[in-house]
Design a protein around this ligand. Structure first.
Ligand SMILES: C[S@@+](CC[C@H](N)C(=O)[O-])C[C@H]1O[C@@H](n2cnc3c(N)ncnc32)[C@H](O)[C@@H]1O
Length: 337
């Protein structure tokens, strides 16, 4: 589970901020879209440079409150859209020509440490896990979904091999009483998992991740968000994605690989002309990762992977093969499997 800011300290730790600033060079000005505003770490850092303009987006109310302060501080240079980033196309009317569009995926520490949201295992409040603009909550998912669907969500979105056992246990417990809190759910998961004493992480980590992803349709959002960002970028615009778990990274990596021409370190195994219709120039096939200093300051940054590419001059075409490739996830998040 990711969080960008340390909960132990009030200071914000936007993940991989230095690398991001060196990629987007805000000192030369420009328009930037921060698709996951959160506590505003990236937006604030960019706005320190005078000739910049930032559009922040976040689906969360808490982020909106943070953003309101920034709007007051920079009325001409900062605007906020309280929405899901799959609705990025709402910005098209401004004809922005953004220099960079940035995604820092997952949840923030503000969300994680807000007990009423139920993102944390320890939360004794309602089992919610909604980031904003949701159709259902974690409570609905855990207490009403069919056992087989629940099993698939846990197995596939959580990469949890004990998905079947956990789904079975959840269904048998909810028959007695509805499962009301995150703490209750984490005890139930612990009880279902074999040898849970051997786990380094909390044994409920993967199931919580799966339920959170499902509740917020995070993979659908990522897939649609990447497509919309590609539409919005013009020649030279940079697309940056910081991801925190393997499902997200798999999607981002595939996206950049199939829609890019590699410009540095081209693989000699790549057939020439394979990506004639490329939409991006990929700077490196390998992701950037946080350095040791950052990881020691902010342990939650340890799983971060940053991938980025530069939009080229080719016209946008609808990215059907990309959606097709990840149809399984789109269907699971629709509750179809
Ligand atoms: C990891 S935090 C970002 C932290 C931010 N970079 C900072 O420095 O403070 C992720 C934020 O993205 C938001 N978010 C996640 N998925 C979203 C989506 N599909 N649309 C809009 N916001 C989203 C979450 O509500 C959360 O506030």
């Amino acid at each position: 589970m990711n969080a960008t800011m340390s909960s132990e300290q009030t200071k914000h730790f936007p993940v991989m901020l230095n690398q991001i600033l060196s990629i987007i060079s805000p000192q030369h000005g420009g328009v930037f879209i921060d698709c996951t505003f959160g506590g505003g770490g990236y937006s604030k850092a960019i706005l320190k440079y005078p000739n910049t303009m930032v559009f922040g987006i976040d689906r969360d109310n808490l982020a909106r409150e943070q953003a309101d302060q920034l709007t007051k501080q920079f009325p001409k240079r900062f605007s906020f859209l309280h929405d899901k980033f799959s609705n990025l196309n709402k910005l098209i009317k401004f004809n922005l020509k953004p220099k960079a569009i940035i995604f820092d995926l997952g949840i923030s520490s503000l969300q994680l440490t807000d007990n009423q949201r139920g993102f944390s295992f320890k939360s004794k409040d309602s089992l919610n896990m909604q980031m904003g603009f949701n159709k259902y909550s974690a409570y609905d998912v855990v207490n009403s979904l069919d056992k087989k669907i629940l099993e698939n969500i846990i197995k596939i979105l959580g990469d949890e091999k004990d998905g079947k056992l956990i789904a079975k246990k959840i269904v048998s417990c909810r028959k007695k009483n509805p499962i009301k809190t995150s703490q209750e759910l984490s005890y139930i998961i612990k009880g279902a998992k074999k040898n849970y004493g051997n786990y380094k992480k909390n044994p409920a980590t993967k199931t919580f991740q799966a339920i959170r992803i499902f509740v917020n349709q995070e993979l659908t959002e990522l897939i649609l968000g990447l497509i919309e960002a590609t539409k919005l970028l013009s020649n030279g615009g940079i697309l940056i994605v910081v991801s925190f778990h393997s499902l997200e990274d798999k999607i981002v990596k595939y996206f950049f690989n199939i829609y890019s021409n590699i410009i540095k370190n081209p693989s000699r195994y790549l057939p020439v002309g394979k990506n004639k219709a490329g939409l991006f120039e990929l700077i490196s096939k390998k992701p950037l990762v946080p350095d040791e200093k950052e990881i020691s300051n902010n342990i939650r940054s340890r799983s971060a992977k940053l991938r980025y590419a530069v939009r080229n001059n080719n016209s946008f075409f609808y990215l059907d093969e990309f959606k097709k490739k990840f149809e399984k996830y789109l269907n699971i998040e629709r509750g179809k499997i």
